[in-house]
Design a protein around this ligand. Structure first.
Ligand SMILES: Nc1ncnc2c1ncn2[C@@H]1O[C@H](COP(=O)(O)OP(=O)(O)O)[C@@H](O)[C@H]1O
Ligand SMILES: [Mg+2]
Length: 333
């Protein structure tokens, strides 16, 4: 069967997967342009893994269509599997084998010749800075090394489309940064990546575009900056020269009651006072008032809302986590 005509690396239309009464994926549309990173952002239980499993041919959709690199997930599973790479939330490496053996084995499973599999294993170990650890069993690898080995494994077959399903969930911040660097390199090589994540920061770091999912449905999509702008407003952060002045500053702003300026809050940890604003005039008014009252300011900055705040604004609620949802359903029943 030949490839069907599609303009995107991934094209999903009305995809559905229900498990009993659970609508894991409930009519998702998704387009990923070639050479871009699509972030699929959603809380635990949103349906991200179910979506990825359908796009990997590991799970049959109940309804809808999906094409990856032009191949239909249902009718052309074999061809499709050859064009994709998958890194799951749980490392899929064999603990007893060395890093090199893991990669060689995967190469052989992908029908590479012995010499080609050997060459590819060496290349990928080098590429993901694991050459020195090549002969050590994977069980001796650190968390970060394991994730790198996992990424290396998913790249063995030179996939045109790579799925990264929550690649950094459960990692400490330093290891997370290591994985981000590797993903950025993979992206820089011109690969198409579908990345699922629960972390707003991760989506912002790695993705060109975002699809926000909750309860099996797309609740928002667009470029990261667009989604942020949709929510409107900025936060003004002011750092007083004297950290002891934080609360007096909040008091002065509350007393002044500047037009349209939201309630100021002090963060002792960050050493700043945060003030929600919607216009440049308000920024000027806040800073003007503080200097009028004799506060010495060390730093002023404004920033767009975090994606957590975006999620809140889009859904009118914080990201629903599975446990909360069960609790909500229990109460409703
Ligand atoms: N094999 C399965 N059988 C029954 N329910 C499942 C199965 N896989 C996932 N689910 C349910 O489908 C929903 C979406 O799960 P999942 O796709 O794993 O979400 P995410 O990856 O976003 O955390 C959840 O409510 C989950 O419990
Ligand atoms: Mg998942």
């Amino acid at each position: 069967m030949t490839r069907e005509k599609t303009t995107n690396a991934v094209e999903v239309r009305g995809l559905v997967k229900h498990f009993g009464t659970t609508k894991a994926v409930d009519g998702i549309d998704l387009d990923v342009r070639e050479g871009t990173v699509m972030g699929v952002l959603g809380p635990n239980g949103a349906g991200k893994t179910t979506l990825v499993r359908m796009l990997s041919t590991l799970l049959q959709p109940d309804a809808g269509t999906a094409h990856v690199a032009g191949y239909d997930v249902v009718r052309q599973p074999r061809q499709l599997r050859r064009t994709i790479g998958l890194t799951g939330q749980y490392a899929s490496v064999d603990e007893k084998l060395s890093g090199w053996e893991n990669l060689y084995m995967i190469g052989r499973l992908l029908d590479l010749s012995r010499s080609e599999a050997r060459r590819r294993a060496d290349e990928m170990l080098e590429r993901f800075s694991l050459t020195e650890a090549a002969k050590r069993p994977a069980s001796k690898y650190s968390g970060g090394m394991r994730r790198r080995l996992d990424l290396a494994a998913s790249m063995i077959g030179r996939p045109r489309v790579l799925y990264l399903d929550e690649p950094t969930t459960g990692l400490d911040p330093r290891t997370r940064n290591e994985v981000w660097d590797e993903v950025q390199n993979i992206v820089a090589d011109g690969n198409t990546v579908l990345l699922t994540t629960q972390y707003m920061e991760e989506a912002e770091q790695l993705a060109n575009e975002l699809t926000v999912v909750d309860r099996g449905k797309v609740i928002a999509e667009g470029r990261v900056q667009e989604l942020k702008a949709k929510v409107g407003g900025r936060t003004l952060e002011i750092r007083p020269a004297d950290q002891g002045e934080l609360h007096r500053m909040v008091g002065a702003l509350a007393q002044a009651g500047l037009d349209g300026v939201g309630g100021a809050t002090a963060s002792e940890d960050a050493g700043v006072v945060s003030v929600p604003i919607v216009s440049d005039e308000q920024l000027t008014a806040v800073v003007g008032l503080l200097s009028e009252r004799g506060f010495a300011l060390a730093d002023i900055s404004t920033h767009l809302p975090s994606l957590d705040e975006v999620f809140l604004a889009l859904t009118g609620q914080t990201a629903t986590h599975e446990d909360d949802r069960d609790a909500i359903e229990e109460v409703a029943a």
